[in-house]
Design a protein around this ligand. Structure first.
Ligand code: PLP
Length: 476
C-alpha cells in the first residue's frame, strides 16, 4: 500500500490474474435490492422471528435502513448484549464487531469506566432541561481537541448538519449549499440531494419527500474535483452560503481527499465569503485523536468555519454537536437571530458518557487502533490477493474500507463501480464465521480499543474462506 499525506492512504491497484473487476446517501439508497444469501450454517431462528415481528410494527423491520441487510440479503441479527469487541445475538451467537455502532464504540462495548460514569449520572436523574456541568466539561474537551472555539450540543448528527446549514445561511444571508456526491450528512432535506448532471446543475431530489425547493438550493459536485468546485463558485459564488463535505468521506467507503483538496475548499470558501463546513460526525475523535482534521488541517494549518460532530463524542448515547468560530456561533439564539433548540440537547447522561469516552481516548488508544486496523487491513488484502479477488483498500487514519474493484476510488461514480455481489458473499462468509462487518459495500469498517488478540485472530482466521466465497461470485 502506498501512503499519501499524513495518514491517508491511497491503495496501489491490485490486479488479480485472470479476474475482471468489484450509509453515502446514494449507496444507502442503492441498497434497496434484496439479495438472497447462501443458507447460514448457524442458527438464526430467534433473530428471524424477531425480524418478522419487527416488520409488522416498523417499516422494513428496522429503525435505520442499512441495518436491514437489504444489500446483502438474509436475516439481520438482533443483538441482545455486547462486551468489549464482541456482540451476542438473541440466538446466542457471538460475533467480533467491526461495525462498532457505525463508529461510536471507540473503546469497545460496556467499558467499565463509562458504565460507572453513566450509572452515576443516571442516579442523579436523567434530564432536567437546565444547563449542567457535564455539558460545559464536554464542550471544553471538544474545544481543546479541535479547532472550534464554541460548540452547541444536539442529539444526532443529522441535527448537527441541519443546524450548521441554518447557521451558515443566517450568517451569510445566502441560500445555496454545495455538497459532494456520495457524501452523507444525515437525512437533512437539503443534503439528500443526489448528483445533478454537469458542474453547475442544481440538484433534483435524491429521495421522495424532499421538496424541489429544498433540493433546488443544493448544488452537488463530484468529490475530489477541483475544476467543478472552481466553476460552480465562479458562477454562483455570491449566492453560496456554505460548502459542506465529510472531512474524509466514509459513506461511499473511504475516499480520501486528494492531497490539498480540503485546504483548497477552505480557501475557495474564504475567497467567496462562503462558510466551509467540515462534517466530522463519523471521523471526529475516530480517524485520529483530532478526527479527520488531524490528517490534513492540523498539519497544513487551515481551519473550517464550522464543524459537526457526533458518534464517538456521545459514547454510545444520542449526542452530537456543531461548532466553529465564535463570531459565527454568536449568530445563534439566544445571542443571535438564528433559532436552534432541543429538549434533550446536552442531556446529562449522554454528555457524561461522551466526556468519559473522550477522556479515556488517549494517544495510546489511537496508536492501538492504528495497529489493529493495519493488521486487519493487511490480512484482508493478502487473503483476497491469494484468492485472486480484485480489490482496493482505502484508509483514513484508523478507518478503512474494501472496494471489490481493481482501481483506486476517487469519487462516488468510481465507488459505484464495484462488485457488490462479491461483497455480499464475503460479508456472509465472515458473518457465518463470527465476524460482523457493516452490511454494505459502501461503509467504513470500524475497530475498537477492545479488539484484543482473540478478537483479531477470529477475524484473521475467517478471512481466507471469505476471500474464496468472494472469488466464487466471479467478475463484475
Ligand atoms: C458524516 C456523517 N454526517 C452525518 C451523519 C448523520 O448522523 P446521525 O445518524 O447521528 O443523524 C452521519 C451518519 O452516519 C455521518 O456519517
Amino acid at each position: 500500500m502506498r501512503s499519501l499525506t499524513h495518514g491517508y492512504a491511497w491503495p496501489t491497484a491490485i490486479h488479480a490474474p485472470g479476474c475482471g473487476v468489484g450509509c453515502g446517501t446514494l449507496g444507502r439508497l442503492r441498497d434497496n435490492r434484496r439479495v438472497t444469501p447462501p443458507t447460514s450454517p448457524i442458527s438464526t431462528q430467534a433473530s428471524a422471528a424477531l425480524f418478522e415481528r419487527a416488520r409488522t410494527v416498523t417499516p422494513g423491520g428496522v429503525n435505520s435502513p442499512v441495518r436491514a441487510f437489504t444489500a446483502v440479503g438474509g436475516t439481520p441479527r438482533f443483538i441482545s448484549s455486547a462486551s468489549g469487541a464482541w456482540l451476542t445475538d438473541v440466538d446466542g451467537n457471538d460475533y467480533v464487531d467491526l461495525i462498532c455502532s457505525w463508529g461510536p464504540m471507540l473503546l469497545g462495548h460496556a467499558h467499565p469506566d463509562i458504565q460507572a460514569a453513566v450509572a452515576g449520572a443516571v442516579a442523579r436523574g436523567t434530564s432536567y432541561g437546565t444547563p449542567t456541568e457535564p455539558e460545559v466539561e464536554l464542550a471544553e474537551e471538544i474545544v481543546a481537541r479541535t479547532p472550534v472555539e464554541q460548540v452547541r450540543f444536539v442529539s444526532s448528527g443529522t441535527e448537527a448538519t441541519m443546524s450548521a446549514l441554518r447557521l451558515a445561511r443566517g450568517f451569510t444571508g445566502r441560500d445555496l449549499v454545495v455538497k459532494f456526491s456520495g457524501c452523507y450528512h444525515g437525512h437533512v432535506d437539503a443534503l439528500l440531494a443526489a448528483a445533478g448532471s454537469g458542474v453547475a446543475t442544481l440538484a433534483v431530489p435524491g429521495t421522495s419527500g424532499v421538496p424541489a425547493s429544498a433540493a433546488g438550493e443544493t448544488i452537488v459536485l463530484p468529490y475530489n474535483d477541483r475544476e467543478a468546485v472552481e466553476a460552480v463558485f465562479a458562477t454562483h459564488g455570491p449566492r453560496i452560503a456554505c460548502l459542506i463535505t465529510e472531512a474524509t468521506p466514509g459513506n461511499m467507503g473511504i475516499v480520501p481527499p486528494v492531497p490539498g483538496f480540503n485546504a483548497f475548499l477552505a480557501e475557495t470558501c474564504r475567497a467567496h465569503g462562503s462558510l466551509f463546513i467540515s462534517d466530522e460526525v463519523m471521523t471526529g475523535f475516530r480517524a485520529t485523536a483530532e478526527g479527520g482534521w488531524g490528517l490534513d488541517g492540523a498539519i497544513e494549518g487551515w481551519v473550517p468555519d464550522l464543524m459537526t460532530f457526533g458518534k464517538v463524542m456521545g459514547g454510545g448515547f444520542p449526542a452530537a454537536a456543531f461548532g466553529g468560530r465564535t463570531d459565527v456561533m454568536a449568530h445563534l439564539a439566544p445571542e443571535g437571530s438564528v433559532y436552534q433548540a432541543g429538549t434533550l440537547s446536552g442531556n446529562p447522561v449522554a454528555t457524561t458518557a461522551g466526556l468519559a469516552t473522550l477522556r479515556l481516548a488517549t494517544p495510546e488508544v489511537y496508536a492501538g487502533l492504528d495497529e489493529t486496523a493495519t493488521t486487519i487491513r493487511n490480512a484482508v488484502s493478502e487473503t483476497l490477493r491469494a484468492a485472486s479477488v480484485p480489490h482496493v483498500i482505502q484508509q483514513a487514519g484508523t478507518m478503512f474500507s474494501v472496494f471489490f474493484r481493481e482501481d483506486p476510488v476517487r469519487d462516488f461514480a468510481e465507488a459505484s463501480q464495484q462488485n457488490t455481489a462479491a461483497f455480499a458473499a464475503y460479508f456472509h462468509s465472515m458473518l457465518d464465521q463470527g465476524v460482523y462487518l457493516p452490511p454494505s459495500a459502501y461503509e467504513s469498517w470500524f475497530v475498537s480499543a477492545a479488539h484484543d488478540d482473540r478478537a483479531i485472530s477470529t477475524v484473521l482466521d475467517a478471512l481466507p474462506a471469505a476471500a474464496v466465497a468472494a472469488a466464487s461470485v466471479g467478475d463484475l
